[in-house]
Design a protein around this ligand. Structure first.
Ligand SMILES: NC(=O)c1ccc[n+]([C@@H]2O[C@H](COP(=O)([O-])OP(=O)(O)OC[C@H]3O[C@@H](n4cnc5c(N)ncnc54)[C@H](OP(=O)(O)O)[C@@H]3O)[C@@H](O)[C@H]2O)c1
Length: 430
């Protein structure tokens, strides 16, 4: 573990812009010229197929923009069935598809993945009897040019989010994109500009903010049930098997603990402050202790966000081991505990210093994704380009914090050179 705090840079970050073969390069959205290539012959066949997904390059953007112009000419959305397309049919995409299958007013229309067989299997798994079969594509342009598609859910590794989201916005498709929306703040700002320019809905899929439990928790905080807020402590750690090419460890895919799981500690921090204090006070100090993986991404971070007057949020996020994964919110007169997996919590305890403890349990209606999906559809149907629950400003604020934390931890992505941080006084990792 090494430490750093704002204004005093004591960490030497590793620059990792390595790519391990054509497969990785084909999907790396930025700075391909800076990557050193080591072509794996076994990957070349798949690589040719997957190269079609190389959306970052202007080569593919040009036809996608042309398709976007055609696609935008579709009639405005009515209250008819909302047609979703899904890009990146991996682990979490099943949860989204399951929620869509069980929600009224929407259906999964198409799936797009790199591998034709796996994508077809996914589409078949989520095709409903009596309904048209879910389409399976390996070419993202087929999704963007399909006038039937109302919204696109993006569940690829972080490194690909920007390109797919930008292509979808330009095509006039509402975007619900998995966290972290993009690898850095500058890329987030570009996407928000695109959403505004094209008047298309864009939301980072921070499902935690839509959970039923958090509605009750918000009421406890607004009512001052723990008195004046004093701070928060939270952990989100899990042991990921080390694979330098995986989305968890690869810098080219914007891996690392912070963007994968620490984002929940950060968004929960902001959410608690907003409900307990009414706003997020300016950050007075930021302290980061970091352990880096051999690839240069953050394997474990211990972070203190200092909002002044003793109000702090401390968290540990990691991809190298276990933690209790709880969140403790403490105030002048008591505490609130989310005892397990706080980002998907269904149970919370209120422990007043005097008085009787209370426990609330709020199970998911479907699987926890239902309310973020409903919100994306509501906003799109209403012609809104953002949701007040996960606003563009919220996403950008968290991205700004993540830029600062990564700089202090010495974690640099290949994207950071092409999209330098706009934060005043920000210095990218050396
Ligand atoms: N909301 C949540 O609770 C939650 C939970 C977990 C993850 N997530 C987020 O969801 C996103 C996907 O995570 P996941 O765990 O579902 O990942 P995953 O299982 O690895 O699936 C990733 C998908 O993206 C595709 N992909 C495209 N380019 C890729 C590349 N270069 N390397 C690897 N896969 C690539 C994969 O294609 P193939 O099928 O061809 O391999 C796969 O379909 C991430 O943004 C993550 O942070 C959210």
């Amino acid at each position: 573990m090494r430490s750093a705090s704002t204004g005093v840079r004591v960490l030497q970050g590793r620059h990792v812009s390595r790519c391990d073969g054509e497969l990785r390069t084909a999907w790396a959205p930025t700075a391909p010229a800076r990557t050193s290539l080591r072509v794996n012959p076994e990957a070349t066949r798949q690589g040719r197929q997957r190269a079609r997904w190389r959306l970052a390059s202007t080569t593919l953007h040009a036809p996608l923009v042309a398709l976007a112009v055609l696609s935008r000419s579709r009639v405005p959305m009515s209250d008819s069935t909302f047609q979703w397309a899904l890009i990146g049919p991996g682990s979490i995409a099943h949860r989204f598809a399951d929620a869509v299958a069980r929600l009224d007013g929407c259906r999964l229309h198409a799936v797009c993945g790199r591998d034709a067989h796996r994508t077809r299997q996914f589409a078949d798994r989520w095709s409903r009897p009596g309904d048209a079969a879910v389409l399976a594509h390996t070419d993202p342009a087929a999704v963007m040019s399909d006038p039937a598609v109302d919204g696109v859910y993006i569940a690829t590794p972080h490194g690909q989010h920007f390109d797919f989201a930008l292509a979808a916005l330009r095509a006039g498709k509402a975007v619900l994109c998995e966290k972290s929306l993009v690898p850095n703040l500058a890329m987030g700002q570009r996407l928000v500009e695109a959403a505004r320019a094209h008047r298309v809905f864009l939301m980072e899929a921070v499902w935690t903010r839509f959970l039923p439990l958090y509605q009750d928790l918000g009421a406890w905080l607004r009512e001052g049930r723990v008195g004046a807020l004093r701070g928060m402590q939270s952990t989100f750690c899990f042991p990921a098997p080390y694979d330098p090419d995986s989305r968890i460890f690869s810098p080219a895919l914007a891996g690392g603990a912070l963007l994968d799981v620490g984002i929940y500690n950060l968004t929960a921090t902001r959410w608690v402050l907003q409900h307990a204090v009414g706003e997020v006070p300016p950050l007075r100090d930021l302290q980061v202790h970091a352990k880096l993986a051999p690839t240069g991404v953050d394997a474990r971070l211990a972070v203190t966000l200092d909002f002044g007057d003793g109000l702090v949020s401390q968290f540990v996020c990691g991809i190298d081991g276990y933690a209790l994964n709880a969140m403790h919110i403490v105030g002048e007169h008591g505490a609130i505990i989310l005892p397990e997996t706080f980002w998907e919590a269904t149970r919370a305890q209120l422990l007043p210093a005097r008085g009787t403890p209370e426990t609330i349990e709020r199970p998911f209606e479907i699987n926890g994704f239902e309310n973020e999906i409903r919100e994306a559809m509501r906003c799109t149907r209403a012609g809104e380009i953002e949701s007040p629950v996960v606003s563009h400003a919220e996403t950008l604020a968290v991205l700004g914090w993540m830029d600062r934390i990564r700089a202090l931890a010495g974690v640099k992505y290949p994207f950071d050179d092409d999209f330098p941080s706009p934060l005043p006084g920000h210095r990218p990792a050396d």
